[in-house]
Design a protein around this ligand. Structure first.
Ligand SMILES: *Cc1c(COP(=O)(O)O)cnc(C)c1O
Length: 754
């Protein structure tokens, strides 16, 4: 029996499903999905959200869209009856390279939740041709290659809409591409992506090098082009202004088409500024409103009422500040407005730490955001508290009413239904399917904490997922891992604050313990996935050290029975979907106070991993929900860390001198074994960096980390049923971390959509 959907698919193929090639089937499914999404476009009444973000880490879309449209089972069945495999078709899809890490993935989860909750909310961003680089680890070092993900036909559709954007006095035409975002049983919204027709990939030379001054050809080539030189820094400003100017023109055009008279913009639009990259949308909107006859003071009021700002970090280097001379060069049309905003801000406060333009002539984007939007939110309870108490306390005193918390979340459609179908179906068989739209229903799983059959099934699903990951890694990278070992996974961007180096030092310690006859309680497979920013030497040295250590261990007949290190190449959403469901122990070990929220921690929890973590970001809220018996917490508190930074007395060398285990592990980095497996230069640099700086305080947490991780390994080995119970409790308590909940809070407190 042919269903209407099957019939349409066959028609789109122009031949029977059996005769069609995978490529033809993929194109037909793309078309079919787009048709179905189109039918779910709904008219907008009242306020509509525009989420502006430099990144949208959306992942592959075929399965996700089929699931959200309710077509997944039907299509998979039809394909299977014709001898075809949906998973194989998905291999033909390139993952869109439009994001870097958590911030971009958050934007993608938010779009999914907005559409699922039937809220009008579109994204605005850039259509990068090569996006973030593709990572190659073949020689033990990270090498960057352009990620040529765009194909002739894809999800984002070219439109005839073009907006002029003036950069350094020259007009560029920003072309709009539209990508349908369909919610789970929900509406279809749009991700609006801007691009220039003149981009030219052929200017890319070695690796990801290119002429950074050839704006016409390079403007949307890469996400976060290297900014270690001046041309790179300027290019980022060029990119940001292209995004916000085209975005602002789109917003005004859409609102005017719905009846907006410019002075009532806030009734039609809510704009969320995702981190500081889109901050120039504030002066740009004021400029555009001015062109339509709105005077400055009124425009400031309207824009303040329309816009809201999300802060994602307290790391000083990530809070953008642009020299006014650079802005005057690239966006001279904005400088008079930014200067007026600075003067206006100074009428509200004498506190120079909150000025927009400082004495050195730097324009502080976050300061402009806080003064001239109506809401500033942090992304986890602890993060927001730190913003109020220390990082942004001067602003909090000025505008207490603007500050609010919105703890991040993840979409359960992608991070459970799609990536872990076996677990999703077990859950459904126990508590029904209501959790797919109301994640809090996962709490009903608590009825099964003492049900041995359910716990056994949890364990067996995890074992299957671990086998599947092992197969995938063998296929992709030719490495074999032991699926019966405990899997510890740390996958996230590489940064010293996230402390992959702490995990590295543990693994060295473990190796040395094994070599001195102290065997662990269970074999451990340590899996890493991480890209390092191309100009971030220490991060690259950490990757190199992990790979060198993996070789040392693999070459040792005794140690390799007990431990194994695998570095997953080119960690992205596709890899995350394979890795996360296979995790036993989720490594969330950032230096307390430094990880604003984290969302990887939530994905792992939802897939039944137990967290080993510091009291940082959303780990705090995870711990609160699962209880201290179902999470392994260690390390300094955020209060201790903040106080220690304030004192400025931390000296890594004192720890190195006085602690045998630390010294032994650090010195191993440049010992004979490591040097024969890696580069003495890189390893030596990393060792020196740790002893001379260790800015993110690895050493003070080292012993506590060893103790807690060893405890987790013992617990895992001693009582698998107990471990499965912890795993189930983690899943049951994950409901709060659905991005549906986060979006409902944004809408209730900030956006007031529809
Ligand atoms: C979720 C996600 C992240 C963010 O991970 P954190 O642990 O929160 O830093 C980064 N990259 C990818 C591919 C992700 O899916």
């Amino acid at each position: 029996m042919n269903t209407p959907v099957e019939a349409r698919l066959t028609q789109l193929c122009g031949k029977s499903l059996r005769e069609a090639s995978n490529g033809e089937l993929y194109q037909a499914l793309l078309k079919l999905t787009q048709e179905c999404s189109e039918k779910k476009v709904a008219p907008v009444k009242g306020r509509k959200l525009y989420y502006i973000s430099a990144e949208f880490l959306i992942g592959k879309l075929l399965s996700n869209n089929l699931i959200n449209l309710g077509l997944y089972d039907e299509i998979r069945g039809a394909l299977s009856a014709a001898g075809k495999d949906l998973a194989e078709l998905e291999e033909l899809e390139n993952e869109p390279s439009l994001g870097n890490g958590g911030l971009g993935r958050l934007a993608a989860c938010f779009l999914d939740s907005l559409a699922t909750l039937d809220l009008p909310g579109d994204g605005i961003g850039l259509r990068y041709h090569c996006g973030l680089f593709r990572q190659d680890l073949k020689d033990g070092f990270q090498k960057e290659h352009p990620d040529m993900w765009l194909t002739d036909t894809g999800w984002a559709q070219r439109t005839d809409t073009v907006y002029p954007v003036v950069l350094a006095g020259k007009t560029y035409n920003a072309r709009l591409y539209r990508l349908a975002v369909t919610g789970y049983n929900g509406r279809t919204n749009t991700l609006n992506l801007f691009d220039l027709d003149t981009i030219d990939e052929s200017i890319i030379g070695q690796g990801i090098d290119f002429d950074k001054t050839d704006i016409e050809k390079n403007l949307t080539l890469f996400l976060y082009p290297d900014d270690s030189d001046r041309a790179g820094k300027l290019l980022r400003v060029y990119q940001q202004y292209l995004m916000v100017s085209a975005g602002a023109q789109l917003i005004l055009a859409e609102c005017v088409a719905r009846g907006c008279k410019y002075d009532d913009l806030a009734k039609y639009a809510a704009i969320q500024i995702n981190d500081t990259h889109p901050s120039m949308v504030i002066p740009e909107l004021i400029r555009l409103l001015g062109e339509h006859g709105v005077d400055f003071d009124k425009a400031v009021e309207i824009v303040t009422e329309t816009c809201a700002y999300t802060n994602h970090t307290i790391l000083a280097e990530a809070l953008e500040k642009w020299p006014r001379g650079d802005l005057a060069l690239i966006v001279p049309q904005l400088m008079p407005i930014i200067e007026k905003l600075d003067r206006l801000a100074r009428t509200r406060t004498q506190d120079s730490s909150t000025y927009i333009i400082d004495d050195a002539g730097l324009v502080h984007m976050a300061s402009m955001d806080i003064h001239f939007t109506h809401s500033t939110n942090g992304v986890a309870a602890l993060h927001t508290q730190i913003l109020k108490d220390s990082e942004l306390s001067n602003f909090y005193r000025l505008y207490p009413e603007k500050f609010n918390n919105k703890t991040n979340g993840i979409t359960f459609r992608r991070w459970l239904l799609e990536c872990n179908p076996a677990l999703a179906s077990q859950i459904e068989s126990l508590i029904g399917g209501g959790f797919k739209k109301d994640a809090r229903e996962l709490g009903k799983l608590m009825d099964y904490v003492d049900n041995d059959a359910v716990l056994a099934k949890f364990s067996s699903i995890k074992r299957d997922n671990k086998r599947a990951l092992a197969d995938w890694l063998y296929l992709k990278q030719g490495v074999r891992i032991n699926p019966d070992a405990m899997f510890s996974i740390q996958s996230k961007r590489l940064h010293e604050y996230k402390r992959q180096q702490l995990n590295l030092l543990f693994l060295i310690h473990q190796y040395l313990e094994i070599k001195s006859g102290h065997l662990p309680s269970v074999p451990l497979v340590s899996i890493f996935g991480a890209k390092a920013a191309p100009a971030y030497t220490t991060a690259k040295d950490i990757i190199h050290a992990l790979i060198a250590l993996s070789k040392v261990i693999a070459a040792d007949a005794q140690a390799s029975k007990w431990m194994q290190i695998v570095f997953v190449e080119n960690y992205n959403v596709t890899a995350a979907e394979k890795v996360i469901p296979a995790c036993d122990l989720s490594e969330q070990i950032s230096l307390a106070s430094k990880e604003a929220s984290g969302t990887g921690n939530m994905k792992f929890m939802l897939n039944g991993a137990v967290t080993l973590g510091t009291m940082d970001g959303a780990n705090v809220e995870i711990a609160e929900r699962v209880g201290e018996k179902n999470i392994y917490i260690f390390g300094q508190s955020s209060g201790q860390v903040i106080a220690s930074y304030a004192r400025g007395t931390y000296r890594a060398r004192d720890w190195y001198d006085s602690d045998f285990n630390i010294r032994r592990a650090v010195d191993f980095l440049t010992g004979e074994e490591m040097r024969s497996a890696g580069s003495g230069e890189s390893l030596g640099r990393l060792r020196a960096q740790l002893i001379d700086s260790d800015w993110f305080q690895t050493f003070p947490d080292f012993n506590a980390y060893v103790v807690r991780k060893t405890q987790a390994m013992q617990d895992y080995a001693a009582d698998p049923v107990h471990w499965a119970r912890m795993s189930l409790i983690n899943v049951a308590k994950a409901g709060f971390f659905s991005s549906d909940r986060t979006i409902e809070e944004y809408n209730r407190d900030i956006w007031h959509l529809g």
